[in-house]
Design a binder for this molecule. Structure first.
Ligand code: ATP
Length: 580
């Protein structure tokens, strides 16, 4: 197709170039924006007018302002404002976090109490709360510590002596701040993708580490903007405590201007100090936000080349170059397992076993229960009936007589480290580098020293062809590379069994091969693999046993040659005819 240029470029002067002059070069002149220029001029004029009026009008009283700005009473008042802001922020956020966690807990009474707290303290105006606390001595002459419903008292204090105006201010600001910050924190936690929780749980990370290392750092990105709004509100809101006659910044300037009647200059003293506080808080916010933005969209890639000594250079599409380390696979036995979601019976009396080092591939149409079955193996899903063992040991239960007692969460997490899991959507931790993703579970779930965990991780990453991506964040990798990191992360725990939940479904077709190659390599390494996949060619090539599921039941199992060539069941034949 020929496209005519509206303004054809002049042909460089042939005579000029024949005389050795360089071909025509064009200087780029940026487009003019008359409206922008007009707006800028108006804004500059308005700012100049404001500055002239503020500096030129003697009634602003700038000399008086200057004489009080750094005076001792103002600085003492400022110190009190800062102290109240710091204590209100610290205690309020700590209490807010506790309330947010209580509100998201599984305990109905805890949830109700947390909900009631937020409802109550968001409803009460801060000024009323402060006055109530200041008058607590009228309601309760003493505050006692003892055993409820008995006469036993351990200690007792006079309320007025215990709750000074300063204490009332700190308690009031904390209670108020906690009610608002708990909702901000809860919102941030809920914003973290569910897959992150699943991946952390599948790696067997202890609960405290799941919260502090995986969930909260990601939640902080949503918490910080709204949280800092609350802190800024608190810094300004401390001026409310003037009703307790507590000489913070605002009360102090009030006391001074009532004496000397220089109202405006002294109000300006307080205003400028609030400007300073808020500017400092905004700068702190920017720094903290930048810290928690690691690995997020818009952050620069931090990929340093760090070749591994025993690894050939790997390209972005490289597959495993070295054999994966030999693994001692475990035996999986699934015995009469059933599971329902409400009325939906997702697994119905499923029994299956996988020998150590074998590769079992589960196929079936969407919704047939494949993923649910896979997730019951590492107890990510609880079963309603039946049980599952790995090398004869139960993961989620302990047996006593004919009863299975569900184990405490910490014990389940510990046992889960025997089973690695690779998810369809990778579920890498986005705020951690590739190296940090891989060493997270060995260090925090298995207690491996960091240096050893890092050496092993480097080796594993080399074997999946990713030596040069050790310092990259997941966002800066292709889907295939992310999935190979996820495989290395699962392998780092040296699990007896590896579960793959549609490991290539989220990948572009050209990236599928590099992931399948690593899984094939794994199949030769002695690990026991259980794979849910829609890749029939891959299933046929890699599987020792193919399992076909339909409506929560295993319809048939057998070698790939038998199931794919001579399916015994009509349902299997029908499914295969559709996917071939
Ligand atoms: N958390 C859940 N709550 C309620 N129902 C669920 C839940 N998880 C799965 N299900 C239901 O269980 C059934 C089986 O789902 P499952 O994900 O195991 O199927 P699948 O065979 O793996 O499907 P696909 O190939 O599409 O992933 C579906 O009907 C699904 O809607």
């Amino acid at each position: 197709m020929n496209v005519a240029l509206a303004h054809p470029l002049p042909v460089p002067d042939a005579t000029a170039s024949s005389h050795g002059t360089p071909p025509a070069r064009y200087k780029i002149v940026p487009a003019r924006h008359p409206a922008r220029m007009l707006g800028t001029t108006i804004a500059a004029l308005v700012l100049a007018a404001i500055a002239m009026s503020v500096l030129g009008n003697p009634r602003w009283g700038w000399p008086v302002f200057a004489s009080w700005f750094l005076s001792e009473p103002v600085i003492v008042g400022l110190g009190r404002t800062l102290l109240l802001t710091a204590l209100g922020t610290l205690l309020g956020s700590t209490l807010g976090l506790t309330i947010a966690l209580a509100r998201m807990s599984g305990a109905p009474l805890l949830k109700a109490v947390a909900f009631g707290y937020v409802w109550l303290f968001r409803s009460i105006p801060l000024i009323v709360l402060l006055l109530l606390l200041n008058n607590l001595g009228y309601l309760y002459a003493t505050i006692s510590l003892g055993i409820p419903l008995t006469d036993i008292t351990i200690a007792s204090w006079s309320t007025t002596a215990l709750i000074s105006p300063f204490a009332a201010a700190v308690i009031g600001l904390t209670l108020n701040q906690a009610a608002f910050s708990s909702e901000v924190i809860r919102g941030g936690i809920l914003a973290v993708d569910h897959g992150q929780r699943e991946a952390a749980a599948a790696l067997g990370l202890p609960r405290w580490r799941q919260a502090s290392g995986i969930i909260l750092p990601q939640a902080m990105r949503s918490i910080l903007p709204a949280g800092f709004n609350d802190v800024i509100g608190l810094a300004k809101g401390t001026s409310v405590v003037y009703i307790l006659a507590l000489p913070e910044l605002f009360y102090t300037v009030q006391v001074i201007y009532r004496r000397n009647l220089d109202v405006v200059p002294l109000l300006m003293v307080a205003t400028v100090w609030y400007f300073v506080i808020l500017t400092a808080l905004s700068l702190v916010q920017r720094r903290i936000e930048r810290h928690f933005a690691r690995g997020a969209a818009g952050t620069a890639a931090r990929v340093r080349s760090r070749p591994h000594s025993s690894t050939p250079h790997s390209s972005t599409t490289a597959t495993a170059r070295l054999p994966l380390p030999a693994v001692q696979g475990g035996a999986v036995v699934i015995e009469r397992v059933s599971k329902s979601y409400g009325d939906n019976r997702v697994l119905a009396d499923v029994s299956l076993s996988a020998a150590p080092g074998s590769v079992t591939v589960i196929i079936g149409q969407s919704g047939s229960g494949k993923s649910t079955l896979l997730r019951t193996i590492n107890h990510l899903e609880r079963v309603d009936e039946g049980y599952i063992t790995i090398d004869g040991g139960l993961i989620g239960y302990r047996v006593q007589a004919d009863l299975l007692f569900e184990l405490p969460e910490a014990e389940i997490l510990r046992r889960r480290t025997d089973v690695g899991m690779v998810f369809q959507s990778f579920n890498l931790f986005p705020h951690l580098t590739v190296m940090q993703n891989v060493v997270e579970a060995p260090i925090h779930a298995r207690g491996v020293p960091r240096a050893r965990a890092e050496a092993e991780a480097r080796d594993l990453l080399a074997r999946v062809g990713l030596s040069d991506k050790i310092d990259a964040y997941p966002r800066h990798l292709s889907g295939g590379q992310q999935q190979r990191v996820a495989i290395a992360r699962a392998l780092a725990l040296r699990p007896k069994v590896l579960l793959f939940d549609e490991p290539t479904s989220a990948l572009d077709p050209e990236l599928v091969g590099e992931v399948l190659d690593v899984i094939k390599e794994l199949a030769r390494s002695g690990a026991t693999l259980v794979i849910v996949t829609h890749e029939m060619g891959f299933a046929r090539e890699i599987a020792d046993t193919v399992v076909f599921m339909d409506q929560g039941r295993i319809v048939e199992t057998g070698s790939p040659a038998r199931v794919f060539e001579n399916p015994r069941e009509a349902r299997t034949a029908e499914f295969l005819s559709k996917v071939r």
